[in-house]
Write a protein that binds this ligand. Structure first.
Ligand code: PLP
Length: 383
């Protein structure tokens, strides 16, 4: 069978079918060495020198994620934040970048409080509005446009193709935080993106047991070389055991994401017109503002992330989270277990999350159980 014709499900399940040449093991060994032997004639013919720059534990997961995203190369990082910040640190002080007003809060904080001090000119725009992006972009000066879709914590949807066209016209790169969509639902390179980023901590790992980040590039060119240098020199390198866990998680990515999508759709539809719920924010609902773009850009589902706004404001929202039994009250997303959190409490001042918003990460439990638990929690919050 021609391996290039394999479907992504087959690639992920068998991790590209690699076996360990030395032992014929189907699961790869975990290489833990921090350093590599130099040849007697002073060369490094193995191509490996020191594990901050490179590690055989990365080869298979990087090859798998590059293939699933249909990119030229991938790099693993110590966290999603290490991956995302490496893209910005590969730019130069004075460069102008556009980022969304609604995005993962910790990266927004880093951009506004650190990247600006380092010399980047950071401008936040409504990334869901191509006219706003076109108005803000500066030809020849804007080097990067950062997109997150669907975006935390309102799940705003950005049209990647339209935004990539605007970025490229101005001479900028387009990077997409595709953590929530995963390669199961969206392949940003098909829509013109140049860099794809994942918090591997979430769906790729999938079991809430590791912190990891991933970047994938469309072209293995000069910018990618700078990104890899940032990893090696700043040192946001993943550990060997985490690389193993990430690869193990990716083998079941397609099953987990499809289950989460199906359950999330059911939960969103159940609570959409619920008497104790003000609104459900989920790209899979027809009434959601970004639904049409999501339906074009996402294949096979709309993701496992949604938010509900509780009737009764902040007090009712916090009380609902306090009363769940099956959902776990915790931050993060993309694990097998469903999580609930009062997002404004996490993000603090400047959050776009309304005070009545609960962020839900739908796991792979029975959807009926999840609905029943939320129902009783909402009722108790209003009792
Ligand atoms: C969309 C998104 N991007 C990036 C990150 C950062 O990832 P990490 O926590 O692995 O640094 C997160 C973490 O919650 C996230 O949700």
């Amino acid at each position: 069978m021609d391996p290039t014709s394999l479907k992504p499900e087959s690639i992920a399940a068998q991790a590209l079918g690699w076996v360990d040449e030395q032992t014929r093991a189907i699961t790869p060994p975990i290489h833990v060495s921090s350093t590599y032997l130099r040849d007697p004639d002073n060369q490094y013919r193995s191509g490996r020198v020191y594990a901050r720059a490179d590690n055989p534990a990365f080869d298979q997961p990087e090859a798998v994620i590059a293939r699933l995203e249909q990119g030229a190369a991938a790099g693993l990082f110590a966290s999603g934040m290490a991956a995302a910040t490496a893209v910005f640190l590969a730019l130069k002080p004075g460069d102008h970048v556009l980022a969304p007003k609604v995005m993962y809060w910790s990266l927004r904080n880093w951009l506004m409080n650190f990247a600006t001090q380092w010399g980047l000119k950071v401008e936040l725009v409504d990334m869901t509005d191509p006219a706003a992006v076109r108005a803000a972009i500066r030809r020849g000066e804007t080097r990067l446009v950062w997109v997150e879709t669907p975006a935390n914590p309102l799940w705003s949807v950005t049209d990647i193709a339209a935004t990539a066209a605007i970025a490229h016209e101005a001479g900028a790169l387009l990077a997409v935080d595709s953590t929530v969509a995963t390669p199961v639902l969206t392949r940003p390179f098909e829509h013109g993106a140049d860099i794809v980023m994942h918090a591997g901590t979430k769906y790729l790992g999938g079991h809430s047991d590791l912190i990891a980040g991933v970047l994938v590039t469309r072209e293995d060119g000069d910018f990618w070389k700078r990104v890899k240098l940032v990893r090696a020199q700043v040192g946001g390198t993943l550990g060997s055991f985490e690389a193993f866990l990430l690869m193990r998680g990716m083998r079941t990515l397609y099953l987990r994401v499809r289950q989460a999508c199906a359950s999330a759709q059911r939960i969103a539809e159940h609570f959409e017109h619920h008497p104790l719920v003000e609104a459900v924010l989920y790209p899979g609902l027809r009434a959601f503002p970004g639904h049409e773009i999501a339906a074009r850009q996402m294949t096979g589902g709309f993701g496992g992330m949604m938010s509900i706004r509780a009737k009764g404001g902040e007090r009712a929202a916090i009380a609902t989270a306090a009363n769940v039994a099956l959902w776990k009250r915790a931050t993060s997303l993309g694990g097998t277990e469903s999580l609930i959190e009062h997002r404004a409490s996490v993000e603090g001042a400047g959050t776009p999350a309304p005070a009545d918003l609960l962020r839900l990460s739908v796991g792979i439990e029975d959807a009926g159980d999840l609905i029943a638990d939320l129902e009783q929690a909402l009722r108790r919050a209003h009792a």
